[in-house]
Write a protein that binds this ligand. Structure first.
Ligand code: HEM
Ligand SMILES: [Ca+2]
Ligand SMILES: [Ca+2]
Length: 304
């Protein structure tokens, strides 16, 4: 059972310590924002929110982070958690008392606020997981080609509704994607349509020029072409205009079951923010470890 003031008697300053460390990292690079948010998502959907995604592989264990679906997680997300953990552990009453999973949840809240998104209270008290296997990632994370039924069933498996799924998808209002993730939509989409007809034409042309056919695979482009550094509801306005980058984004507008939600949040950022806070709070409860199922890692990247 998570609690908002879990560390009140153990490490009363934990929220300020984490926020200062995250702010420092944010000043160094904006990538801190999307990298940390996506890290939380990829953690919670595999074995629950237990920092299993942060574990480094060793000679005897190929960890989650080396599964193909996690190779594009930006290093700045991992670094944010490690830096915040160091700052927490530097305070003697807090040393080895705060889990990496909780630090990731707090850091995510902080980067969302730093980029203009909603601020919210974070539930705490997660333990860090005791296993991390690349093989356990398979089939647990959504693909950019997913349709609404596939998205709904994967989120439902984590206790999240369609409404939660649409709200959380708005995380694509910040951050980057490599060209390979949507190349299918701008080149050889189908026999009749080389370009996905759901893509607005000028946007498709722009994407083609940023991602030419033999582009360097390291090139990444903004997922929100309008406000890539603001955590806002422009994501939904983009969907209304055929500017969803992935099929899994655009389908939220084209499928009549989710379209009303997109329209409503495109016109009301406060309604979106309320739904997002509900959804990310539910995300933070997925598969939480307690008792013998977890511990507090001394080093977030390695088991004790
Ligand atoms: C709904 C299904 C989802 C799919 C299919 C999906 C897929 C993807 C893909 C393919 C990328 C680009 C990765 C790359 O090429 O580097 C990406 C980036 C990202 N995703 Fe998702 N995602 C989904 C949901 C979410 C959720 C729920 C969150 C968080 C709440 C999230 C947060 C992010 C962020 C912040 C980035 C940018 C990462 C960066 O710039 O480093 N995504 N996603
Ligand atoms: Ca996990
Ligand atoms: Ca945005």
């Amino acid at each position: 059972q998570l609690k908002k003031n879990f560390y009140a008697n153990i490490c009363p300053n934990v929220e300020n310590i984490v926020r200062d460390a995250v702010q420092k990292k944010f000043k160094q690079t904006f990538v801190t924002v999307p990298a940390t948010i996506r890290l939380l998502f990829h953690d919670c959907f595999v074995q629950g929110c237990d920092a299993s995604v942060i574990i480094q592989s060793t000679g005897s264990n190929e960890a989650e982070k080396d599964h193909p679906d996690n190779l594009s997680l930006a290093g700045d997300g991992f670094d944010t958690v490690i830096k915040a953990k160091e700052a927490v552990d530097a305070v003697s009453s807090c040393t080895n008392k705060v889990s990496c999973a909780d630090i990731l949840a707090l850091a995510t809240r902080d980067v969302i606020a730093l980029s203009g998104g909603p601020s919210y209270a974070v539930e705490l008290g997660r333990l860090d997981g005791l296993s991390s296997k690349a093989s356990s990632v398979e089939g647990k994370l959504p693909k950019p080609t997913f349709n609404l039924d596939q998205l709904n069933s994967m989120f439902a498996a984590n206790g999240l509704s369609q409404t939660d799924m649409v709200a959380l998808s708005a995380a694509h209002t910040v951050g980057f994607s490599h060209c390979s993730r949507f190349a299918n939509r701008i080149y050889n989409f189908s026999r009749q349509n080389p370009v996905d007809p759901l893509l607005e034409q000028n946007y498709a042309t722009q994407l083609q020029s940023m991602c030419p056919k033999n582009v360097d695979p390291r090139i990444a482009i903004n997922m929100d072409p309008n406000t890539p550094k603001k955590f806002d509801n422009v994501y939904f306005k983009n969907l209304q205009q055929g500017k969803g980058l992935f099929t899994s984004d655009q389908v939220l507008f084209t499928d009549t079951r989710s379209k009303p939600t997109v329209n409503s949040w495109a016109s009301s950022s406060s309604a979106f923010e309320t739904a997002f806070v509900t959804a990310i709070t539910k995300l933070g409860r997925v598969g939480v470890k307690t008792g013998q199922n977890g511990n507090i890692r001394r080093n977030c990247a390695a088991f004790n």
